[in-house]
Design a protein around this ligand. Structure first.
Ligand SMILES: *[C@@H]1O[C@H](CO)[C@@H](O)[C@H](O)[C@H]1NC(C)=O
Ligand SMILES: *[C@@H]1O[C@H](CO)[C@@H](O)[C@H](O)[C@H]1NC(C)=O
Ligand SMILES: *[C@@H]1O[C@H](CO)[C@@H](O)[C@H](O)[C@H]1NC(C)=O
Ligand SMILES: *[C@@H]1O[C@H](CO)[C@@H](O)[C@H](O)[C@H]1NC(C)=O
Length: 195
C-alpha cells in the first residue's frame, strides 16, 4: 500500500525532475526535515465526528496537540474513506491549492500506516488502544497533550520532503462521500537544525 506522504514524495520528485506540466514549484530544495506545526483548524461543516484540536506550545520549539475527539453515534473505522489535499505556498507566497490530492479507503488503516510507531502513542494520549478490529468507538476522548515536536521521527512519513509551508486538509467520509470528520493544519517543513 502506498501512503499519502509517500505518494507526495514521489510527486515532488516528479516535479523536481522537471515535469513542465506542474504549476507547483517548491520554495526550497528537498532534504531531511523536521515538521513545525503552526495551526490547526476545524472545518465549518457539520460532522458526526468532532475533532476539537488545538496546538499548545510548551516552549519555542515544543508543541503539543490538545483537545478532544467526540461522537455520539459514529465510530472511526475502516468503513470510512480518507481524503487528503495539500496546498503549498509558492515562491511569491501564494497558496497553490490542491497541489496534491489523495484518497484512500480504510481510513483507520491509512492513518495507522501513515503514523507508524507513533500511532499507538497518539491513541494512548487519548486513553485509547489500537485494536485488531480497527475501530475507535463513538465516544468522547480527551488528550492532555500529544507531542508533535519530533515529527517525522517514529512515523512512516518520507525521509525527505521539499522545504516550505504547507496546508493539509483531511476529510473522512462515508463511502458515498458524506462528510464525517474534517480538519486542516498548516505546517512548515524545515531543515532539522533550523529553529
Ligand atoms: C449522528 O449525530 C450527528 C450530530 O453529531 C447528527 O447530525 C446525525 O444526524 C446523527 N446520525 C444518526 C444516524 O443518528
Ligand atoms: C471538546 O473541545 C471543545 C472545543 O475546545 C470544548 O468546547 C468541549 O468542552 C470539549 N469537550 C470535552 C468533553 O472536553
Ligand atoms: C473536504 O470537505 C470540504 C467540505 O465539503 C471540501 O470543501 C474539501 O474540498 C474537502 N477536502 C478534501 C481533501 O476532500
Ligand atoms: C489499553 O491498554 C492498556 C495496557 O495494555 C490497558 O491498561 C488499558 O486499559 C487499555 N485501554 C483501553 C481503553 O482499552
Amino acid at each position: 500500500m502506498k501512503y499519502f506522504f509517500i505518494l507526495l514524495a514521489e510527486f515532488m520528485i516528479l516535479v523536481n525532475s522537471g515535469l513542465q506540466d506542474f504549476k507547483f514549484r517548491p520554495n526550497l530544495p528537498l532534504g531531511e526535515y523536521r515538521l513545525y506545526f503552526n495551526s490547526i483548524q476545524q472545518c465549518n461543516q457539520k460532522c458526526s465526528i468532532h475533532q476539537n484540536f488545538y496546538l499548545f506550545k510548551t516552549s519555542s520549539t515544543k508543541v503539543k496537540l490538545r483537545g478532544n475527539m467526540s461522537s455520539i453515534n459514529k465510530s472511526f473505522d475502516d468503513t470510512l474513506w480518507f481524503h487528503g489535499s495539500m496546498s503549498v505556498k509558492d515562491k511569491i507566497g501564494t497558496w497553490q491549492n490542491n497541489a496534491y490530492v489523495y484518497s484512500s479507503p480504510h481510513a483507520y488503516k491509512t492513518v495507522k500506516n501513515l503514523l507508524g510507531g507513533e500511532f499507538h502513542v497518539f491513541l494512548n494520549s487519548f486513553g485509547l488502544n489500537d485494536t485488531k478490529q480497527h475501530i475507535i468507538p463513538a465516544g468522547t476522548y480527551i488528550t492532555k497533550g500529544y507531542d508533535l515536536s519530533n515529527y517525522p521521527s517514529n512515523t512512516n512519513l518520507p525521509k525527505q520532503i521539499f522545504y516550505g509551508t504547507y496546508k493539509y486538509n483531511i476529510n473522512y467520509t462515508e463511502k458515498n462521500g458524506d462528510l464525517v470528520a474534517c480538519y486542516m493544519f498548516v505546517l512548515d517543513v524545515k531543515r532539522p537544525w533550523e529553529l
